[in-house]
Design a protein around this ligand. Structure first.
Ligand SMILES: N[C@@H](CCC(=O)N[C@@H](CS)C(=O)NCC(=O)O)C(=O)O
Length: 237
C-alpha cells in the first residue's frame, strides 16, 4: 500500500485535478488541508518550488505542481488507467488541453467563486469548514481569505479584459464542448490527462450555482458523468 499525502486547499482547482488523478488510478491518499494564510502545514519543498499547493508526498518523494504530480503518478503507478494516450497526436493534444485548463479555465473559475462579496464569504466558509486550523486561524481564513480572493478575482477579470465572470466560464466550457464533439473523451476513445484536468477543475465548483449552468450542456454533462463513474469505480476504498 502506497503512503501518499496530498497537501491542498479544499477550493483549489489544481488540487482537485490531482485528486481526480489519484482516484482514477485507484490510489488511497491522506489529505492535509493547508492554511492559505500561513501555509505552515506544507512539508519542505523541492529547491525552487513556490510555496503553493498541491504538493504530493509519496514515500520519500515530494512533488510540487499539479502537472508534475500527474506525470509522476503516471510514471510511478502505471496501470489500467494511464493519462498519456498511446497515440502520439492524442498525447500532444492532451498536453495542450491540460495547459489550457491550467491557464484559462482555472483562472476563470475563481472569478465566479469569489467574484461577488456574498460568494467570496461562502467560499471562504467551505475552506474554513474543511480545515482544522483552530478558532482564530479559521476566523482569519474566513475574513482574510474572502477579502484576498475577492480582490484577486476582480484583478483577474480586469487583467484578462473580461467584464462578466459567468460568461467567461461559459465561453471556456463551450470551447471544451466543441473539442469534445461526440467523443467519449476529449482527445479520443481513451481517457487522457486533458479529461483528468478538466474533470478536476469542474469538480471544484460543484457546490456553486455555476455548476448547474455548466451541466446544462448535455454533452458536457454526459462526459462529466462518465468520468465521474470511472472515478467512483476505481477509487480506493
Ligand atoms: N502551476 C501550479 C499552480 C498552483 C497554484 O497556483 N496554487 C494556488 C492555489 S489554487 C496556491 O497555492 N496559491 C497560494 C499562493 O500563491 O500563495 C499547479 O499546477 O499546481
Amino acid at each position: 500500500m502506497e503512503d501518499l499525502t496530498l497537501y491542498q486547499f479544499e477550493l483549489c482547482p489544481y488540487c482537485h485535478k490531482v485528486r481526480a488523478g489519484l482516484e482514477l488510478k485507484g490510489l488511497a491518499y491522506r489529505k492535509v488541508e493547508v492554511n492559505p494564510m500561513s501555509k505552515k502545514e506544507l512539508p519542505p519543498l523541492p529547491a525552487g518550488a513556490p510555496k503553493k499547493v498541491p504538493v504530493l508526498q509519496s514515500g520519500g518523494d515530494t512533488v510540487a505542481d499539479s502537472t508534475a504530480i500527474l506525470a509522476f503518478l503516471d510514471e510511478k503507478f502505471p496501470g489500467k488507467v494511464d493519462f498519456r494516450p498511446a497515440d502520439e497526436a492524442a498525447r500532444k493534444r492532451a498536453t495542450e488541453i491540460e495547459e489550457w485548463v491550467d491557464s484559462e479555465l482555472i483562472f476563470a473559475l475563481p472569478t465566479v467563486i469569489y467574484g461577488k462579496w456574498g460568494e467570496a464569504v461562502k467560499a471562504a466558509q467551505v475552506t474554513a469548514r474543511s480545515s482544522n486550523f483552530g478558532f482564530l486561524s479559521n476566523l482569519g481564513v474566513r475574513v482574510g481569505g474572502s477579502l484576498i480572493m475577492h480582490q484577486v478575482s476582480k484583478r483577474l477579470l480586469q487583467k484578462r479584459g473580461k467584464t462578466d465572470a459567468h460568461q467567461w466560464v461559459g465561453e471556456c466550457v463551450d470551447q471544451f464542448e466543441q473539442w469534445l464533439g461526440d467523443r467519449k473523451f476529449v482527445t479520443g476513445p481513451e481517457l487522457s490527462v486533458a479529461d483528468v484536468a478538466m474533470h478536476g477543475a469542474l469538480t471544484c465548483v460543484k457546490g456553486f450555482p455555476i455548476y448547474g449552468d455548466i451541466m446544462r450542456r448535455p454533452r458536457v454533462a454526459a462526459w462529466f458523468d462518465g468520468v465521474q463513474a470511472m472515478r467512483e469505480a476505481n477509487r480506493a476504498s
